[in-house]
Design a protein around this ligand. Sequence first.
Ligand SMILES: Cc1ncc(COP(=O)(O)O)c(C=O)c1O
Length: 457
Amino acid sequence: MYPELEKELATFERRTPKSAASHKRNLQRIPLGVASNYRAYDPYPIFVKEAQGSHFRDLDGNDYIDYNLSFGALMAGHCHPAVMKAVEPRLKTGTMFGMPHDMEWQLAEEIAGRYPVEMVRFGSSGTEATMHACRLARAATGRDKILKFEGGYHGLHDSALVSVKPEHSDFGDKSAPNSVPAGLGVPKAVVANVPVATFNDLASVELRFQQNPGQIAAIILEPIMMNVGLCLPQPGFLEGLREIATKNGALLIFDEVKTGAKLAWGGAAEYFRVKPDMICLAKSIGGGFPLAAFGTHKSVMDLISKHKVFHGGTYNTNPVSMAAGLATFREVLTRDNYTHVDKLSKKLVEGYQKTIAKVGLQAYVASAGANGALMLFAKEIRNYRDWKAIDTEVWRHYWFAMVNRGVMPQPYWWDEQWTISVQHTEADIDKHLAAFADVAPGLAKAQQERMAEMAVG
Ligand SMILES: Cc1ncc(COP(=O)(O)O)c(C=O)c1O
């Protein structure tokens, strides 16, 4: 660790003693002291007291502009008035029924009106959505294998927990990456059924189909890979996948858990003009409540209708989440709000670019829709292996320095990205840019010194 980073960490610890104490207490009963492994980082995570609009406050009373927004699940921002107005009466009229109700078709209509799907089923998390989509694809094709991309994240079910963050030693050939379980407990038989290809490399996808003839049920991907900062599909990549899937009788699944709400009004299908066979939605469609959905052709959903594929869930379509979802689609994810967020995004990106150029930082900004990230690379990354080369110390310096200046620029971890909510303002962007302008010269200096050291060493 270098002195500037040490200094920022010392400041962080001085500002957040109550978070330190709460984390210590949590550790006694809760592994890592957090409810999801992604929330754990050194020296300890910030504990939140309350949030409103584009801000949150920690236990010590520090105020932050929030670009983490619950790992991108809050394009609505915190406690959006329209969502709160829809949800509050629901708290007095039954919070779950386990029986059908009248908001289900309304939300299914909203989804079918925006995304190229004919029928929809609901759940509570992105993991559920991708898990059921994969199972449906297997059932629809009579095949067992799901092709995914190295570095892609699709939640926590077994088939998704393959080659999420493999180490160099496990990589294998770039055109035919090894299928690597993401931790213990993933059955070998499942791993064997998840062939892995390289993002932005159509030849690696073709190769997998040649090696597994008639065995691959579906290709699953995030149209923009967001488990490596933000990695855009190169022109022709998504179109190429569409063709390969169709040619081989496999389904194309867009995991739009992040992009579905945050990229554009009609998600990635609208933005890239490529039609998948299945779409998985979660996170920002719930406006702050647990809500997920997967949608596809009627012919595929008929497998559920005919009781050939099982889908259920006690919490599915609970009226609180459904009311939040309806308000989110109708009053938050509006064309006007996309225009507002696009404008703020442009301002933020251009501001970062100006500062990067001014201080000579080797970095670029990747952005799409409400998302963006400072990418600490000299040139644009194309896949997971490119991303793996990041200098994590410089990234930590960036994150803690921004947080110490009252801006949480994105979730902790260098594989994440910022989200701009509909409640963010021009003033929020100005403050973000002012903090970055303050931090960037130190980052550039540290980066240059570390690169010089590496060149010598
Ligand atoms: C692209 C993608 N798919 C699936 C998931 C899983 O969603 P959840 O955490 O709601 O289970 C995530 C979560 O970060 C995600 O980013």
